[in-house]
Design a protein around this ligand. Structure first.
Ligand code: ATP
Ligand code: MG
Length: 297
């Protein structure tokens, strides 16, 4: 008997990028399935191919081999049911924060919501990210973190089946970041949408995720390991700080990144990479020694 189609599926994905020195194989044999309503984080060293995976699901990149299916349909172009929050906020510079969100809302709800309903919905989503006070400002009049928040509001306002988030909170201060992480968990519980989020922050990955996909270093990067985060929801960051199971998970991610997949000295990206991975001090487990982080195997 044939299996019912998975919600979201990447099967045997390879991608070769053309370069002046011939094709560069960024991903090789990536196989991933996502359940409806699941929160999955992608983690791995800089340049391993996380954004590339996300761009394939977004329909912005086409796999060279293999492919992506959403609810049984092949993904080969972008669509409003897959909203993206990009690594570098991507707002239209000539539109205000309100108008940037409005553009997406009109695309999705232009036929089903009245003008007043759309206005209310846009304002509601901007207030979720604490941007209602600056909604009439253009991108060049607001900070990088504020631009990122508008990008998040724009994605949320589309009520997408799948939210694709590329380091969505990377540019934010710690308080705003914590507030948005909590909001995202609540919104996701209500909407039951599938979230794929790239992060360099080990604590963020464990706090938010049902599973953490840990990627090997490129070229020809692939899925190295998948960690199931079996912590009850709702999750409270303060309570989890002393939870042994939580600390066990974060230690497993650290071990993968700094022991199994540590970058070699030959790599010019190594120092930047280890600095980029945000890790709060672990009070229960020994931190990897500095030389472990950078030395070749
Ligand atoms: N359009 C492209 N053309 C050529 N090479 C590309 C292209 N996009 C990505 N690459 C290469 O593919 C590899 C993976 O890139 P990708 O942006 O997916 O990494 P990443 O894991 O998201 O890194 P970071 O954490 O720094 O954002 C890198 O070596 C990158 O240089
Ligand atoms: Mg990236």
């Amino acid at each position: 008997m044939s299996q019912p189609p998975k919600h979201l599926e990447l099967t045997q994905v390879d991608i070769d990028f053309p370069t002046p020195n011939g094709p560069f194989k960024a991903l090789q044999d990536v196989n991933l399935t996502f359940n409806k309503g699941e929160f999955v984080s992608l983690i791995g060293h800089s340049g391993c191919g996380k954004s590339t995976v996300l761009n394939i699901v977004a329909g912005l990149y086409q796999a060279t081999k293999g492919g992506c299916l959403l609810d049984g349909k092949e993904v080969n172009e972008p669509g409003p049911e897959r909203a993206v929050v990009f690594q570098n906020h991507s707002l239209l510079p000539w539109l205000t924060a309100y108008e940037n969100v409005e553009l997406a809302v009109k695309q999705v709800f232009g036929r089903s919501k009245s003008r007043a309903e759309m206005r209310e919905w846009i304002e509601h989503n901007l207030s979720l990210v604490h941007m209602d006070h600056a909604m009439d400002k253009r991108p060049d009049e607001i900070s990088g973190g504020m631009k990122q928040r508008v990008g998040i509001a724009r994605a949320l306002a589309m009520e997408p089946t799948v939210m694709l988030m590329d380091e969505p909170f990377g540019a934010l201060d710690a308080l705003t970041r914590a507030h948005l992480q909590d909001s995202l968990m609540e919104i996701q519980k209500d909407l039951n949408n599938t979230v794929i989020m790239i992060t360099h922050d080990v604590d963020e990955a464990v706090l938010l995720s049902d599973r953490i996909v840990m990627m090997t270093n490129g070229p020809a990067a692939t899925v190295g390991d998948i960690l199931h985060i079996d912590l009850p929801r709702p999750r409270d960051r303060l309570a989890l700080a002393d939870n042994p199971q939580y600390n066990h998970y974060r230690h497993q991610v650290l071990t993968f990144l700094y022991e199994k997949q540590r970058k070699t000295e030959a790599s010019p990206e190594v120092k930047q990479t280890t600095a980029e991975l945000k890790v709060a001090p672990d009070t229960t487990q020994p931190e990897p020694k500095p030389e472990q982080k950078v030395k070749a195997a």
